[in-house]
Design a protein around this ligand. Structure first.
Ligand SMILES: [Zn+2]
Length: 376
């Protein structure tokens, strides 16, 4: 993404642009139509504005987001409140309303993704799937104190202990909370599907549902890159069933130690890859000199012999694309305030993730449009 053509815009201007965009404007209108009677509330544009500002300014809590808007005239103007900006109580009520109308929020996210695909036709063609830790806003320690009694109540009943792998900046280990599972576009680094689950459940259980959500949003990915933690027969089948080629490195299983995954060999040397037939579900391999009879044969695709063989340049380049998912988790956590969590309960954490990613995608779309306008 070449951002250099775009003049820097203030976040307040960017926020006003998002609220005025047809994709998010429709969410505001649809929420207005559901407005419950009785309590006179703040304009919904201001409430959606508060929710997006929270992510754009990387603010973990509603209380601090409200304080920022109070002090910031340009922001107040952007969210369009002529009177007092919303209170943090109004924000809590709004969050509850959004959870109740999650279908409207989902539809808004789908609209933004749709427009992004119009701008970038390659968007979502190659996906990378992974999971990342979201430590809970709660204490998961088993004991109340060292050598003390066992804790009876956990403040977040939906959180659980899970394991995270090491990254460059910290060690791996156990953590208490949730995991966000996501399918990221390897070419644009933008999320197309995501799902928050309790930390204790294994990541390989969510590949099928992530690919299904991606497909329901119009992303039929040619390939899906995953790390070795996803290397099992079920994940291969789930990707192939959805017509997406799995790109996964091999774990050292018994068959791999035996060399079952290696290409065929003959007296003339190691056979070479000669293309795959997706409808047939097999790859073709050829004797290096062509002297064998027959000189080539088909190998049925499975975990050991995927349709994009691990020996090929294409596989290596697609697997490098997996870096996109780690980069995007880093950005969402550090620049868009996906962390630290300051809500408890999986439904609230899910809403928080949805709003964070919507803000990010909305800004990406606004920048795409600005680039097109500047270039024209
Ligand atoms: Zn041969």
């Amino acid at each position: 993404m070449d951002g250099t053509k775009v003049p820097p815009r203030s976040a307040a201007v960017e926020l006003a642009g998002l609220l005025d965009s047809p994709e998010i404007g429709r969410l505001i209108t649809e929420l207005e139509e559901t407005r419950w009677t009785g309590r006179p509330g703040y304009p919904l544009r201001a409430m959606v504005g508060m929710a997006l500002a929270k992510s754009m300014y990387s603010i973990p809590t509603w209380t601090r987001a409200v304080a920022l808007v109070h002090e910031h005239a340009a922001l107040r103007e952007a969210i369009g409140g002529s009177g007092e900006p919303p209170s943090h109580w109004a924000c809590y009520r709004f969050a509850r309303k959004l959870r109740a109308y999650s279908d409207l929020l989902d539809a808004c996210i789908a609209r933004v993704l749709d427009r992004l695909r119009d701008e970038r036709p390659e968007f979502g063609r190659d996906l990378a799937i992974d999971a990342s830790d979201l430590p809970a806003y709660a204490n998961g320690q088993r004991y109340l104190s060292k050598n003390g009694p066992e804790r009876k109540r956990f403040p977040d009943p939906d959180a659980s202990w899970g394991h995270r792998s090491a990254v460059s900046t910290r060690k791996g280990g156990g953590f208490y909370g949730f995991k966000v599972h996501a399918a990221i576009c390897a070419r644009t680094d933008l999320p197309v599907a995501w799902q928050v689950e309790t930390a204790g459940s294994h990541e390989s259980n969510y590949v099928a549902s992530l690919l299904d959500v991606a497909r329901s949003r119009g992303f039929a990915a040619d390939t899906t890159a995953l790390d070795m933690g996803y290397d099992n027969n079920r994940v291969y089948a789930e990707c192939e069933d959805r017509d997406s080629r799995p790109i996964i490195p091999l774990r050292e299983t018994v068959g791999v130690k035996r060399g079952d995954h290696r290409p065929p060999e003959c007296e003339h040397g190691t056979w070479t890859f000669a293309g795959s037939d997706h409808s047939r579900g097999a790859s073709k391999w050829r004797c290096p000199t062509g002297e064998c009879k027959p000189a080539s044969r088909w190998i049925k695709a499975d975990r050991l012999h995927p349709l994009v063989p691990r020996e090929t340049k294409r596989w290596k380049s697609l697997y490098r694309g997996r870096g996109s998912v780690e980069r995007e988790f880093g950005r969402l956590k550090n620049e868009w305030a996906l962390l630290p969590l300051r809500v408890r309960g999986i439904e609230r954490v899910r809403l928080h993730a949805d709003l964070t990613i919507l803000a990010k995608l909305g800004c990406a779309l606004a920048r795409e449009r600005a680039t097109v306008t500047c270039a024209a």
